[in-house]
Design a protein around this ligand. Structure first.
Ligand code: ZN
Length: 248
């Protein structure tokens, strides 16, 4: 029997070191063999540099998220953003070293590895940063998807989209065997979940072959109080504190 590959997909870490550390610890108990990062390593919370260092240490395939892009490209004009977003991007830019900026700028928008595709938002136009919440939103992505399975993040809400022939449906994030058809899977957010559950979210793709693969959604409690204390100490907007407590 071929050896099982167990790839942990992590997304939207958003500079939350406590959540990232807890997820990496949990993944090790799950005998994960590889990691793939779906972007937004920085933005919102108070530990952008430490989170970049941890992800770089993993040496894993990482794609670029909108916050990674906004925080590292000086051509992005933050006056176009609403107040909370603009102040966080400005604060994050001040923390990042030249090496951090170079690394963020080097990230590709999409990556295909081991027969799976990774993107932060959607494959049809990755730099438009579209949000996919329903099957209608997912249709354009499927038209651009070349592999059977593609993982994404960006909405911070874990969910599964599946297309089988003309049938395109949204499925709640339940662990289990992937059936026939194509899949576009949102793994939720490590550092700022928005589905009403404050615990860090990620997913494991466990495969023995292309048609023998399971998806396992994980939720991991972490030290929210420490993450929040750091957000407060950095004088980041209060709204970010509420989001960590409520998971919204
Ligand atoms: Zn995000």
């Amino acid at each position: 029997m071929p050896r099982e590959r167990r790839i942990a997909f992590i997304s939207d870490i958003h500079a939350n070191l406590e959540a990232l550390t807890a997820v990496l610890d949990d993944a090790r108990t799950q005998e994960v063999t590889d990691f793939i990062c779906l972007g937004d390593v920085v933005g919102y919370n108070a530990d952008p540099c430490a989170c970049i260092a941890l992800i770089r240490e993993l040496g894993c395939v990482t794609v670029c998220g909108n916050h990674d892009y906004y925080c590292s490209d000086p051509a992005v004009d933050i006056n176009d953003f609403q107040d909370t977003a603009a102040s966080v991007i400005e604060w994050t830019r001040r923390q990042l070293s030249d090496a951090d900026l170079r690394w963020l700028r080097s990230l590709p928008l999409t990556a295909t590895t081991q027969g799976i595709t990774a993107v932060h938002s959607t494959l049809d136009n990755p730099k438009h940063w579209r949000y996919v919440f329903d099957a209608y939103d997912a249709a354009d992505n499927f038209n651009a998807q070349k592999t059977r399975v593609c993982f994404h993040g960006h909405t911070h809400v874990p969910m599964i989209f599946s297309r089988n022939g003309d049938r395109l449906i949204r499925i709640p994030p339940t662990s289990g065997l992937l059936d026939k058809g194509m899949y576009f899977i949102n793994v939720g957010s490590v550092g700022q979940p928005r589905d009403g559950i404050p615990e860090a979210s990620y997913a494991i793709y466990a495969a023995r072959g292309l048609m023998d693969c399971n998806i396992i959604f994980r939720r991991v409690p972490y030290d929210v109080e420490t993450a929040i204390a750091k957000v407060r100490r950095a004088n980041l907007p209060d709204k970010l504190v509420d989001r960590l407590y409520s998971g919204r």
